[in-house]
Ligand binder design. Structure first.
Ligand code: PLP
Length: 360
């Protein structure tokens, strides 16, 4: 099947095939990688290889460190303010969708947070990210939080906000590794693995070392980022199998040419899909404003909800799954993460053309 699910999403086939080959006997050890101790040399070499592949692919500078964490992005919504929002401080949140709302809701439970911009519409939807001149930033904020790609509404930041000297924190769950990214702009970025990088169960953070060192020390040790940083993400038992699979995906990404190549493919995929939507704008309605269109989640609607349902059902018969829009949104959402190929998207585009011919 061609998997257009929003996450957990498909993984590149070579990464899964490698896992299948190694599943029962990891490098002649007679056991699966998931049966190895996280303190043994076999697992540690996988762990460190995943970190070094990510460091190489993203060009992570020495000022920053990779962390493997658990609890998903949702836990970071709470853990970020627990670490970086001490009493008396305030954080700025830029609201671009459901996930930024959830992040903000957790922050106000922990400390003081402000909405420094929002593009919410009266009907609660979002169809763009804010422009720089709409940001009302507090120059004294403890940090500014953004959601780089809005999985549900299909919007994406294509220019990072200018936030002066205030640390920038980003939830990159749904577009991490979609293209080369200057991570030095971020004090802390985080992403659940289950879209572009691996299976669910592990979260990747890239953090500025001095920023996490400044984090609060009066919270439980397990929630301090500094604890995980000081222990190379081996303070407690990490999700070893998930990290092993991320290693496979990262090795695949390097082998196909790195993030520059992934970006070329992703742009081609996005242009193919948006091209089809624009060509048939009288039939397919793509609500997102052009400059905010996401290259990861492409959302659109057909003329009626009945046609939406038929589209999803017929696509499934043709081998394409995961196209139903988010439950509160309806419509269609094609999630075209790194593991979806340009050819996969061509199949969807031909299906869309055929669908208009029959129903338009
Ligand atoms: N942030 C974004 C942008 C997401 O797309 C999601 C899930 O789809 C989350 C956060 C929540 O992630 P998790 O379920 O790993 O907590």
């Amino acid at each position: 099947v061609i998997n257009f699910n929003p996450g957990p999403a498909g993984l590149p086939l070579p990464a899964l095939e490698r896992a299948r080959e190694e599943l029962l006997d990891f490098q002649g050890s007679g056991m699966s990688i998931m049966e190895h101790s996280h303190r043994g040399k076999e697992y540690e070499s996988v762990h460190n290889e995943a970190i070094s592949l990510l460091t190489e692919l993203l060009g992570i500078p020495d000022t920053h460190q990779v962390l493997f964490l658990t609890g998903g992005a949702s836990q970071q919504f709470a853990q970020v303010p627990m670490n970086f929002l001490p009493p008396g401080a305030s954080a700025d949140y830029l609201m671009t969708g459901v996930w930024s709302e959830k992040a903000y809701d957790e922050a106000v439970l922990v400390g003081q947070a402000r909405i420094a911009a929002t593009t919410v519409l009266p009907d609660k939807r979002y169809v763009r990210v804010p422009r720089q001149d709409e940001l009302q930033l507090d120059p004294k904020a403890a940090y500014v939080h953004i959601t780089s790609n809005n999985t549900i509404y299909g919007t994406q930041w294509h220019r990072w906000p200018e936030v002066g000297d205030v640390p920038l924190v980003a939830d990159m769950s749904s577009d991490f590794l979609w293209k080369p990214t200057d991570v030095s702009r971020f004090a802390f970025l985080y992403a659940g693995a289950q879209k572009n990088l691996g299976p669910s169960g592990v979260l990747i953070a890239v953090a500025r070392k001095d920023f996490i060192a400044r984090g609060r020390k009066d919270i439980p040790k397990i929630f301090r980022y500094s604890t995980h940083a000081e222990n190379n993400s081996l303070y407690n038992t990490p999700p070893t199998l998930a990290i092993y699979l991320c290693r496979n995906v990262l090795a695949w990404a390097r082998q196909v040419g790195g993030l520059g190549q992934l970006e070329r493919w992703n742009r081609e995929k996005g242009e193919l899909l948006y091209g089809a939507l624009d060509k048939h704008a009288g039939f397919y309605h793509a609500p997102v404003e052009r400059e905010s269109r996401s290259y990861m989640n492409v959302v659109f609607k057909l003329p009626t909800p009945e046609l939406d349902d038929q589209f999803v059902a017929q696509a499934k018969k043709a081998g394409m799954v995961g196209l139903k829009g988010y439950r509160t949104m309806g419509g269609i959402r094609a999630s075209i993460y790194n593991a979806v190929t340009v050819d996969n998207v061509r199949v969807l585009v031909s299906f869309m053309e055929e669908f208009v011919r029959k129903n338009g």
